[in-house]
Design a protein around this ligand. Structure first.
Ligand code: XMP
Length: 518
């Protein structure tokens, strides 16, 4: 089976939500790709999608030079769903009228069914209503000939339109965001019922397809992969191992800046349980040596990154037969490096995960996850037998604890931080909070303050707790953990970790703060 044979094309007009559309389509188990709005019509014909979704965007369709598709796109006979700006383009193309809305509409609205719903709307409405998320300054005032109005909101008399015979649908609201609770049903119905996709994009099928593609690409060659213990490189390793077994060698560099027992866990998971060939390089001393006296955060990052490359190169040089370098590049990396909204080429962010390997290594790149979103990577990771906790772990920065120890990095500090972090994460799991927050970790502050312990005074370090909630890690709010839980964590850290007598909680949002402290 070719799991790419059914596919949806998403044309991006620059909405901040476009990636979410793609994720909703994938959740309906259908492959899709995101392309710039000005994708060549001939290329679209050749691509031969079962359906097209036009995204939202920040412009007005009546502006000079507003982004548009080639008009003939609408005549291809392929089902189209236009969202927000996409709906306005659709309406305008067929002779409707789009005008600035009297009142900008932003936020929740109640979508009310006006007519008989038709095939797209199946169970989207409950008793003729559905809550939706609006974000627009223009709206459709007159609908084109052949279309009918499906639903309205208080501020948008034309909030959903359709021409069932020609398979054309438009919605002013955003079905792709979580604030539209039944939006998932709408996207699902569009791709499965209107576009008649069967839903072949499942973890099992993705794995089978990737396995045969890897075998085809690599043949009998040898592959090396830098395993970090993070989700992407771990899943890539498990997948490639499934495909080519011991033709794969993983290099795991323990830089001494990992979490408690992380190195042993990585070895247990891959080498012992899955039989993956992993070379563990214990390089703690080299990293600590290189970091001695370095306090500037950017300089610390450079030192850690460069030394990693040196060590990886040394190891790779020993695996002389390897002609492929595998990386855990994922689809959002590919989209980001495609050069924004108008970029045409889907160039791949090369060497993304190993921080820029030198050109002379001249290896072929193997990137088996480059079509997948993070959620999909996690799903196939679990299917491949990786531990749930590894697959659903919060993000961990490449430079590791190096950016969570302020100022100079020392072994003593790293050891304290590792213990404190393990207690924090342990309590978050135990209380059920780990999965409710996006990222949590401890930070080591190299300042001492006075405390009392028994009859004596202490003069010891401070640990800060950070927990944030975020969708995209670009902005984040601090998590409102229960006081009781924070109290328990602080007590345990102060009692169990020697060298700490004070714990504080970070209540800063991003921006203006960042998630990591550095
Ligand atoms: P900041 O601190 O910039 O972090 O708000 C945003 C997200 O990025 C993660 N982060 C990194 N991830 N390599 C990574 O793979 C890095 O060098 C790095 N620095 C920050 C951070 O943990 C947070 O999730």
């Amino acid at each position: 089976m070719d799991i790419h044979s059914e596919k949806i094309l998403i044309l991006d007009f620059g909405s901040q939500y476009t990636q979410l559309i793609a994720r909703r389509v994938r959740e309906a188990h259908v492959y899709c790709e995101l392309h710039p709005f000005d994708m060549d019509l001939e290329a679209i014909r050749e691509y031969d999608p079962q359906g097209i979704i036009l995204s939202g965007g920040p412009k007005s369709v009546y502006d000079d030079g507003a982004p548009a598709v080639e008009e003939a796109l609408f005549e291809l006979g392929i089902p189209i769903l236009g969202i927000c700006y996409g709906m306005q383009l659709l309406a305008r193309h067929f002779g409707g009228k789009v005008v600035p809305a009297g009142k900008r509409e932003y936020g929740h609205a109640d979508l009310v069914l006006k007519n008989k719903p038709g095939p797209l709307w199946g169970s989207f409405f409950v008793e003729g209503k559905s809550p939706v998320w609006m974000s627009h300054g223009d709206h459709v005032e007159e609908i084109p000939l052949g279309f009918e109005v499906v639903a309205q909101t208080d501020n948008a008399p034309v909030a959903a339109i359709q021409d069932v015979d020609r398979h054309l649908y438009g919605v002013q609201f955003h079905p792709e965001v979580n604030h539209t609770p039944r939006g998932e049903i709408l996207v699902n119905t569009f791709v499965r019922k209107i576009c008649q996709c069967k839903g072949q994009w499942t973890p099992g099928h993705i794995i089978n397809d990737a396995v045969s593609r890897i075998r085809e690409q690599v043949g009998t060659d040898k592959v090396i992969l830098g395993l970090s213990g993070g989700v992407d490189s771990s899943v890539a390793a498990a997948l490639i191992n499934r495909a080519i077994g011991d033709q794969l060698t993983c290099v795991f560099v323990d830089n001494g800046l990992l979490r408690l027992a992380e190195g042993d866990q990585v070895m247990a998971t891959f080498a012992e349980n899955m039989g993956v060939k992993v070379l563990r390089v214990n390089a703690e001393d080299r990293f600590l040596q290189a970091l001695r006296g370095v306090t500037d955060p950017e300089q610390k990052r450079r030192v850690i990154g460069n030394l990693f490359i040196n060590i990886f190169e040394e190891e790779a040089a020993r695996i002389t037969a390897a002609t492929w370098l595998a990386q855990g590049t994922i689809y959002p990396d590919v989209i980001e490096s495609a050069g924004g909204k108008t970029g045409k080429a889907h160039s791949i962010k090369s060497h993304h995960n190993v921080g820029g390997l030198p050109e002379y290594m001249k290896l072929n790149l193997l990137e088996p996850l480059k079509e997948l979103f993070k959620d999909e990577v996690r799903a196939i990771g679990e299917e491949l037998g990786l531990p749930h906790q590894m697959v659903w772990r919060h993000p961990f920065p490449g430079p590791g604890l190096g950016v969570r120890i302020l100022g100079e990095v020392k072994k003593e500090y790293a050891d304290i931080l590792r213990q404190a972090d393990a207690i924090y994460i342990d309590e978050l799991y135990a209380s059920g909070y780990y999965n409710k927050i996006s990222q949590a970790f401890t930070v080591f502050l190299p300042v001492k303050s006075v405390g009392v312990m028994g009859d004596g005074r202490t003069y010891e370090y401070v640990i800060a707790l950070r927990a944030v909630e975020t969708k995209d890690f670009m902005t984040a709010g601090w998590s409102k953990l229960p006081y009781e839980l924070m109290g328990r964590i602080a007590n345990r850290i102060i009692n169990e970790v020697r060298g700490v007598n004070r714990v504080v909680y970070d209540i800063s949002s991003k921006p203006p703060s960042t998630i990591e402290w550095e």
